[in-house]
Write a protein that binds this ligand. Structure first.
Ligand SMILES: [Zn+2]
Length: 326
């Protein structure tokens, strides 16, 4: 498999596209990832989080220690969210906080932030680079993505020693994020003390204005695909949406704070203190998992019920499991 950094690198050196090709039976399969230059997603308030999640995140970014993780599967907007967080910190602090990043690669240049990029040839890896960053004594550090034990432990250790650490993690739920960190040999006491909170998010396609209302009888409607909603809309397709039925995307997200700090009261969910003492981490993760499903699903269902997205789109993104819990 080849990966080439796009031909469209601009003067400031950051990429606009990433192309990956892979040989298959009938020829080369190509995937192109385009990095949007949209400037309307520049601050946390522009991302489209639910109000409670937005205000929690904005306050979490004022913390002087602890890690804030953005999780979700590939294509859930984690990178866009991280960059908005960086700009938020620079704007709110009027550039007075020292912010340094370690990325692989730098996708967007952010004014007021010292950004560094992984360089395997120079043996500058995410984790070795991150360890060097700590010695620069920054107040805020961003590590593009936690991928291995070394970067996980470095990030949480930094969060425990008076730094606000931002990072993303490929995980489908808050519980999975915690399990993955535990699998990466981050001890539970470090997780409990170091992780301030987790935002777990998805991107769903937004229905175009041409969408049609789904006819719902007293027995419901097959088109609602078993979702517990009273109404919904289905995609139709017009010239404006090029026949796709969708136009643009929207964010569905939940947040969960995991540590004692001043923003705890914004947390609508039971926290670890409500669990029996000495509970095993698996039980702790399981408890988070149940809460996660409810909150993310609830927001997704609201988006279906108000006709912002379709039942099939929500099912595509959140899957066919999890509904029965409600
Ligand atoms: Zn349309």
């Amino acid at each position: 498999m080849e990966e080439m950094q796009g031909a469209a690198a601009d003067l400031s050196g950051h990429r606009e596209m990433r192309v990956s090709t892979f040989p298959t039976l009938y020829g080369e399969r190509a995937a192109v990832r385009l990095f949007s230059r949209r400037t309307d997603l520049s601050r946390v308030a522009d991302l489209g989080y639910a109000p409670e999640t937005q205000s929690w995140l904005e306050r979490a970014l004022e913390l002087t220690s602890g890690a804030v993780l953005i999780t979700g599967p590939a294509g859930s907007g984690k990178t866009t969210s991280l960059y908005a967080c960086l700009r938020e910190i620079v704007a709110v602090s009027h550039g007075s906080r020292a912010v340094i990043t370690m990325e692989d690669p730098i996708e967007v240049a952010v004014e007021g932030v010292a950004q560094a990029e992984v360089n395997e040839a120079a043996e500058l890896t995410l984790s070795s680079g991150f360890r060097s960053l700590v010695r620069q004594d920054p107040e805020v550090m961003m590590i593009g993505e936690i991928r291995d034990s070394e970067s996980a432990r470095a990030a949480v250790a930094a969060a425990l020693t008076g730094h606000l650490v931002l990072s993303s993690l490929h995980a489908g739920s808050v519980a999975e994020a915690l399990r993955r960190l535990a699998d990466m040999r981050v001890e539970e006491y470090m997780l409990r003390a170091g992780i301030a909170g987790v935002v777990n998010q998805r991107l769903v396609r937004r229905l175009c204005d041409c969408a049609r209302a789904i006819a719902v009888s007293s027995a419901g409607a097959p088109e609602l695909l078993g979702l517990p909603v009273a109404a919904g809309k289905a995609p139709r397709g017009c010239s404006a949406c090029l026949g796709t039925g969708y136009a643009g995307r929207m964010l569905i997200a939940e947040h969960r704070c995991l540590r004692t700090h001043p923003i705890r009261e914004d947390c609508p969910l039971p926290d670890e203190q409500s669990l029996p003492a000495q509970q095993e981490s698996s039980a702790w993760a399981q408890a988070s998992h149940t809460e996660f499903q409810t909150m993310l699903w609830r927001r997704g269902l609201a988006a279906v019920e108000t006709g912002q997205t379709s039942p099939q789109e929500l099912r595509r993104v959140l899957g066919w499991q999890g509904i029965q819990r409600n």
